[in-house]
Design a binder for this molecule. Sequence first.
Ligand SMILES: Nc1ncnc2c1ncn2[C@@H]1O[C@H](COP(=O)(O)OP(=O)(O)O)[C@@H](O)[C@H]1O
Length: 190
Amino acid sequence: MINIVLFGKPGAGKGTQAEFLKEKYNLTHLSTGDIFRFNLKNDTELGKKARVFMDNGELVPCEVTTAMLIDEVKKHPDTAGFLFDGYPRTINQAEALDKFLPTIGSSVTATIALEADDEILVARLLERGKTSGRADDQDEEKIRVRYQEYNEKTAPLIGYYKEQNKFHAVNGIGTIEEITERLTSVINNL
Ligand SMILES: Nc1ncnc2c1ncn2[C@@H]1O[C@H](COP(=O)(O)OP(=O)(O)O)[C@@H](O)[C@H]1O
Protein backbone atom coordinates (compact mmCIF):
# COMPACT_ATOMS: atom_id res chain seq x y z
CA MET A 1 0.00 0.00 0.00
CA ILE A 2 1.30 3.45 -0.89
CA ASN A 3 0.08 6.41 1.15
CA ILE A 4 0.96 9.90 -0.01
CA VAL A 5 0.26 13.03 2.01
CA LEU A 6 -0.14 16.06 -0.26
CA PHE A 7 0.90 19.09 1.66
CA GLY A 8 0.77 22.82 0.98
CA LYS A 9 -0.79 26.14 1.85
CA PRO A 10 -4.36 26.98 0.83
CA GLY A 11 -4.37 27.52 -2.92
CA ALA A 12 -1.16 25.56 -3.53
CA GLY A 13 -2.92 23.23 -5.97
CA LYS A 14 -3.37 20.08 -3.91
CA GLY A 15 -6.85 19.31 -5.22
CA THR A 16 -5.90 19.94 -8.85
CA GLN A 17 -2.86 17.68 -8.67
CA ALA A 18 -4.68 15.02 -6.67
CA GLU A 19 -7.04 14.52 -9.63
CA PHE A 20 -4.11 13.45 -11.82
CA LEU A 21 -2.18 11.50 -9.23
CA LYS A 22 -5.11 9.38 -8.09
CA GLU A 23 -5.64 8.20 -11.68
CA LYS A 24 -2.00 7.58 -12.39
CA TYR A 25 -1.29 5.57 -9.24
CA ASN A 26 -4.77 4.17 -8.70
CA LEU A 27 -5.06 5.80 -5.28
CA THR A 28 -8.12 6.70 -3.21
CA HIS A 29 -8.23 10.48 -2.91
CA LEU A 30 -9.37 11.70 0.50
CA SER A 31 -9.79 15.47 0.68
CA THR A 32 -10.93 16.53 4.14
CA GLY A 33 -11.98 19.93 2.73
CA ASP A 34 -14.18 18.24 0.09
CA ILE A 35 -15.68 15.85 2.64
CA PHE A 36 -16.49 18.73 4.98
CA ARG A 37 -18.01 20.77 2.15
CA PHE A 38 -20.17 17.80 1.13
CA ASN A 39 -21.43 17.50 4.72
CA LEU A 40 -22.05 21.23 4.94
CA LYS A 41 -24.10 21.16 1.77
CA ASN A 42 -26.17 18.24 2.99
CA ASP A 43 -26.47 19.72 6.46
CA THR A 44 -25.40 16.50 8.21
CA GLU A 45 -24.46 16.28 11.90
CA LEU A 46 -20.82 16.47 10.87
CA GLY A 47 -21.55 19.49 8.69
CA LYS A 48 -23.22 21.22 11.63
CA LYS A 49 -20.17 20.62 13.80
CA ALA A 50 -17.75 21.90 11.16
CA ARG A 51 -19.66 24.90 9.81
CA VAL A 52 -18.65 27.67 12.22
CA PHE A 53 -14.99 26.80 12.01
CA MET A 54 -14.93 26.50 8.24
CA ASP A 55 -16.89 29.69 7.75
CA ASN A 56 -14.29 31.54 9.80
CA GLY A 57 -11.30 29.95 8.05
CA GLU A 58 -10.33 28.12 11.25
CA LEU A 59 -9.44 24.46 11.55
CA VAL A 60 -12.22 22.11 12.58
CA PRO A 61 -11.36 20.49 15.96
CA CYS A 62 -9.03 17.50 15.64
CA GLU A 63 -11.36 14.95 17.29
CA VAL A 64 -14.05 15.68 14.71
CA THR A 65 -11.65 15.63 11.76
CA THR A 66 -9.72 12.54 12.77
CA ALA A 67 -12.85 10.48 13.48
CA MET A 68 -14.19 11.43 10.06
CA LEU A 69 -10.91 10.63 8.31
CA ILE A 70 -10.64 7.20 9.93
CA ASP A 71 -14.23 6.42 8.92
CA GLU A 72 -13.40 7.32 5.32
CA VAL A 73 -10.23 5.21 5.27
CA LYS A 74 -12.18 2.22 6.57
CA LYS A 75 -14.61 2.51 3.66
CA HIS A 76 -11.83 1.45 1.25
CA PRO A 77 -10.31 -1.78 2.58
CA ASP A 78 -9.18 -2.97 -0.86
CA THR A 79 -7.50 0.19 -2.12
CA ALA A 80 -3.96 0.27 -3.51
CA GLY A 81 -3.34 3.28 -1.28
CA PHE A 82 -4.49 6.71 -0.25
CA LEU A 83 -3.78 10.21 -1.38
CA PHE A 84 -4.38 12.35 1.68
CA ASP A 85 -5.22 15.94 0.75
CA GLY A 86 -5.76 18.38 3.61
CA TYR A 87 -4.97 15.82 6.32
CA PRO A 88 -2.98 15.85 8.54
CA ARG A 89 -2.97 19.57 9.25
CA THR A 90 -1.68 19.55 12.82
CA ILE A 91 0.94 17.57 14.73
CA ASN A 92 -1.90 16.00 16.70
CA GLN A 93 -3.48 14.76 13.43
CA ALA A 94 -0.13 13.48 12.10
CA GLU A 95 0.35 11.50 15.30
CA ALA A 96 -3.19 10.15 15.05
CA LEU A 97 -2.52 9.01 11.47
CA ASP A 98 0.77 7.38 12.50
CA LYS A 99 -1.11 5.53 15.21
CA PHE A 100 -4.05 4.50 13.04
CA LEU A 101 -2.36 3.33 9.80
CA PRO A 102 -0.43 0.47 11.48
CA THR A 103 -3.78 -0.92 12.68
CA ILE A 104 -4.56 -1.61 9.02
CA GLY A 105 -1.01 -2.80 8.36
CA SER A 106 0.10 0.41 6.70
CA SER A 107 2.00 3.68 7.17
CA VAL A 108 2.64 7.05 5.53
CA THR A 109 4.92 6.44 2.56
CA ALA A 110 5.82 10.07 1.84
CA THR A 111 4.71 13.66 2.26
CA ILE A 112 5.01 15.94 -0.75
CA ALA A 113 4.68 19.69 -0.34
CA LEU A 114 3.63 22.02 -3.12
CA GLU A 115 5.47 25.27 -2.53
CA ALA A 116 4.55 28.78 -3.67
CA ASP A 117 4.77 32.36 -2.46
CA ASP A 118 1.93 33.73 -0.36
CA GLU A 119 1.08 36.63 -2.71
CA ILE A 120 0.62 34.25 -5.63
CA LEU A 121 -1.55 31.96 -3.53
CA VAL A 122 -3.80 34.69 -2.16
CA ALA A 123 -4.38 35.94 -5.72
CA ARG A 124 -5.23 32.38 -6.83
CA LEU A 125 -7.72 31.94 -3.99
CA LEU A 126 -9.50 35.23 -4.71
CA GLU A 127 -9.70 34.21 -8.36
CA ARG A 128 -11.08 30.79 -7.40
CA GLY A 129 -13.59 32.51 -5.09
CA LYS A 130 -15.20 34.24 -8.06
CA THR A 131 -16.41 30.92 -9.45
CA SER A 132 -16.12 28.25 -6.74
CA GLY A 133 -18.88 29.61 -4.54
CA ARG A 134 -16.63 28.94 -1.55
CA ALA A 135 -17.30 31.64 1.05
CA ASP A 136 -13.83 31.15 2.53
CA ASP A 137 -12.22 32.08 -0.82
CA GLN A 138 -14.11 35.34 -1.28
CA ASP A 139 -13.05 37.18 1.81
CA GLU A 140 -9.44 38.31 2.24
CA GLU A 141 -9.87 38.37 6.00
CA LYS A 142 -10.82 34.66 6.03
CA ILE A 143 -7.95 33.83 3.72
CA ARG A 144 -5.64 35.62 6.15
CA VAL A 145 -6.98 33.48 9.04
CA ARG A 146 -6.34 30.31 7.00
CA TYR A 147 -2.71 31.35 6.44
CA GLN A 148 -2.32 32.10 10.12
CA GLU A 149 -3.73 28.66 10.94
CA TYR A 150 -1.32 27.14 8.42
CA ASN A 151 1.72 28.93 9.84
CA GLU A 152 0.90 28.14 13.45
CA LYS A 153 -0.51 24.64 13.21
CA THR A 154 0.37 23.05 9.88
CA ALA A 155 3.90 24.32 9.13
CA PRO A 156 5.35 22.35 12.12
CA LEU A 157 4.51 19.17 10.19
CA ILE A 158 7.45 19.89 7.87
CA GLY A 159 9.85 19.18 10.74
CA TYR A 160 7.74 16.23 11.89
CA TYR A 161 8.02 14.46 8.52
CA LYS A 162 11.63 15.54 7.92
CA GLU A 163 12.58 13.72 11.11
CA GLN A 164 11.02 10.59 9.64
CA ASN A 165 12.82 11.22 6.30
CA LYS A 166 9.45 11.42 4.60
CA PHE A 167 9.35 15.05 3.48
CA HIS A 168 9.72 16.09 -0.16
CA ALA A 169 9.15 19.57 -1.58
CA VAL A 170 8.12 20.42 -5.12
CA ASN A 171 7.96 23.83 -6.81
CA GLY A 172 4.24 24.61 -7.13
CA ILE A 173 4.69 27.36 -9.71
CA GLY A 174 4.34 26.38 -13.35
CA THR A 175 1.75 24.80 -15.60
CA ILE A 176 -0.47 22.04 -14.16
CA GLU A 177 1.36 19.50 -16.36
CA GLU A 178 4.81 20.68 -15.24
CA ILE A 179 3.83 20.32 -11.61
CA THR A 180 2.27 16.87 -12.16
CA GLU A 181 5.57 15.89 -13.79
CA ARG A 182 7.54 17.06 -10.73
CA LEU A 183 5.26 15.18 -8.34
CA THR A 184 5.40 12.05 -10.47
CA SER A 185 9.16 12.07 -10.49
CA VAL A 186 9.22 12.25 -6.66
CA ILE A 187 6.71 9.38 -6.36
CA ASN A 188 8.51 7.22 -8.91
CA ASN A 189 11.72 7.58 -6.93
CA LEU A 190 10.25 6.59 -3.58
N1 LIG B 1 -7.31 18.30 8.52
C1 LIG B 1 -8.17 19.28 8.87
N2 LIG B 1 -8.29 19.66 10.16
C2 LIG B 1 -9.13 20.61 10.53
N3 LIG B 1 -9.91 21.29 9.66
C3 LIG B 1 -9.85 20.97 8.37
C4 LIG B 1 -8.97 19.93 7.89
N4 LIG B 1 -9.13 19.82 6.54
C5 LIG B 1 -10.05 20.74 6.19
N5 LIG B 1 -10.49 21.43 7.28
C6 LIG B 1 -11.50 22.51 7.27
O1 LIG B 1 -12.00 22.70 5.95
C7 LIG B 1 -11.64 23.99 5.43
C8 LIG B 1 -11.36 23.89 3.93
O2 LIG B 1 -10.38 22.90 3.67
P1 LIG B 1 -9.56 22.87 2.29
O3 LIG B 1 -10.48 22.89 1.14
O4 LIG B 1 -8.57 21.75 2.36
O5 LIG B 1 -8.87 24.28 2.42
P2 LIG B 1 -7.72 25.09 1.76
O6 LIG B 1 -8.09 25.38 0.34
O7 LIG B 1 -7.76 26.30 2.63
O8 LIG B 1 -6.47 24.30 1.89
C9 LIG B 1 -10.45 24.42 6.29
O9 LIG B 1 -10.28 25.83 6.33
C10 LIG B 1 -10.87 23.84 7.65
O10 LIG B 1 -11.86 24.62 8.29
